[in-house]
Design a protein around this ligand. Sequence first.
Ligand code: SAM
Length: 259
Amino acid sequence: MNFFLLKEYLRYFHLKTDEHSLHSPFFYNFYLNIVKNKSISKEWTSIENNRKDLLRDDTEFKIVDLGAGSKVDKSQFRKVKSIAKNSLSSPKFSQFLFHLIDDNKFEKILELGTSLGTNTSYLAKANPSANIFTFEADPNALKIAKEVNAKHKNILYHEGDIANLLPKMLQNSNSKIDLVYADANHTYEASIDYFNIILPYLATESIYIMDDIHWSAGMKKAWEDLKLRKEVSSSIDLFDAGLLFFNPDFEKQHYVLDF
Ligand SMILES: C[S@@+](CC[C@H](N)C(=O)[O-])C[C@H]1O[C@@H](n2cnc3c(N)ncnc32)[C@H](O)[C@@H]1O
């Protein structure tokens, strides 16, 4: 854990609360039924077996990095097992996303940063009738993601720089987005740009998830700035990621919750 992240974690640890601080019925239920949902799905076994295979995979390739890079592995060439160890969302977080989609039956989902496709598997399995639009610049990572998810026909891959691809994809889409999971370029500018580009296309009941909000000073500032936007009605900080809500009926509240 880098020093910035450690300091942020200590702060989060002191601030976090649980269901006892939630007076809104929506957020109380959201917290207990989704964030704290401990049920296990048999759908997860094959995904986690696959993650184990990736964690043993010595294949090396030259990475195409259009993001902020890794704080752990700085080399241009990276082994699949290093990417699987350092770049993917934890099983716990991906399983939270699974519950979130399953519970809300979200239909249109955007994932920024496919990487090896492990998290994409959870998104695709959570609601087989949903469309998962996923974006990745690295062709080698994307090739693995496609192999891993060959069975899932509800994933639409977009290869290249999100900055170019995302506006075009959104202009051509005819329905609102229910869920965004932004886990690509970890810089202040890109995080704000992603939000601004996507905002007009969000459904009222949608949730925008920004990953790694405590990863760096820039990511933290982006999170703090987005929370204050007038379109954002409430937010939840789970440390691993931040969730933004847009329903104007919600009383504006910012929660820091145990995950
Ligand atoms: C942290 S990883 C995503 C992990 C994935 N969400 C998971 O949990 O399985 C970030 C990915 O975003 C990709 N990325 C970063 N900046 C990008 C950009 N500007 N356009 C497209 N992909 C980008 C990187 O190549 C990397 O594979």
